[in-house]
Design a protein around this ligand. Sequence first.
Ligand code: AMP
Length: 398
Amino acid sequence: MNILVMNCGSSSLKYQLINMDKEEVLAKGICERIGIDDSRLKQTSLDGNKVIVNGDMPDHTHAVQYVIDALTSKEHGVINSMSEINAVGHRIVHGGEEFSGSVLINDDVIEAVKKCSDLAPLHNPANLIGIAACEKLIPNIPMVGVFDTAFHQTMPKKAYLYGLPYDYYEKHKLRRYGFHGTSHKYVANRTAEMLGRDIKDMKIVVCHLGNGASICAVDRGVSVDTSMGLTPLEGLIMGTRSGDVDPAIIQFLANKENMSISEVMDVLNKKSGVLGLSNLSSDFRDLENAVDEENEQAKLTMDVFCYRVAKYVGSYAAAMNGIDAVAFTAGLGENNHHVRRDVCSYLTYLGVSVDQEKNKCREIERDFSNPDAKVKSLVIPTDEELMIAKETLKIVRA
Ligand code: AMP
């Protein structure tokens, strides 16, 4: 069974074709600059063959056609025809309170996702366009929606309510939702598997540290709290996002800098975080190079970032009354051993104890704790696409 995993953004479409019998990625790629000029598709296949196709992609339907052509191409394709695609799994960012798991996509689901677009105006419409494009070009095969928010629907009310008038929750569903759920679920499950333990007996904190970053408290396999909220702006300091700030800052900045609310929100979303603090870059690789050259601002930015991560882990240890493991994932969590070292250095009181030599690794699964550590520390490369494909397979089989 081959499953096509689709992740549609406003001007991009990432995809993977996965053979589920072997859990093997036959090909993966991206269509970039959809609806802009210079659109192109880049694809890498299982045998390492790479191809770039420049083309005209005025919309996602055209992009999906390029994906089908690339996958079935005589020169660089990996399947003979579209009939070898058995199902499509779509990443959908916001499922609101409607979706606590993955679902077979039908008209009712599409309507419900549309209704959630208020909560994710940049993402959900793009996801829906991708679904419509596949319906048109790859008709009559099952499509499954896998939601970033679904895993966090198990959060108790005490974790998802804001300290705001309750009316707003009832009227507008204004509450914390959380994101990166597919990644948190995958990494929590792998953590238990790697430690040879039953997830139902474990309390795990997953640190998804990428350009977007969030932390999740996973108690016996279910999410009980997470750092992102109504939108992916809340929580940790991220590449360009501020994470938690005093909400009064919005008015303060608007007055002092003579900005509108949308301009302030633009600062919080796109000019803050690691980029804003360092005044250098949103990418930790640049920051690390600057730290090596003794750039004090870069060092300070790393400190602020790691301190915030450590505070969240501590708060989740409180929320779950202890933890058994901390797992690091995503671009930074998988690659940057300095960040892992610095975060873990705050957590020795909990029983975290790190073997610094084992910690010096990149993009591999590893338990880097000392053998006697009460709380285990792990690196686990996330695999959201495989998780989406597994969810798709589960729903299609059911
Ligand atoms: P993601 O959003 O998960 O792709 O993560 C992106 C971030 O991860 C980048 O901004 C970098 O800060 C960091 N990152 C990715 N790859 C590396 C690497 N090889 N070494 C260090 N940091 C990395």
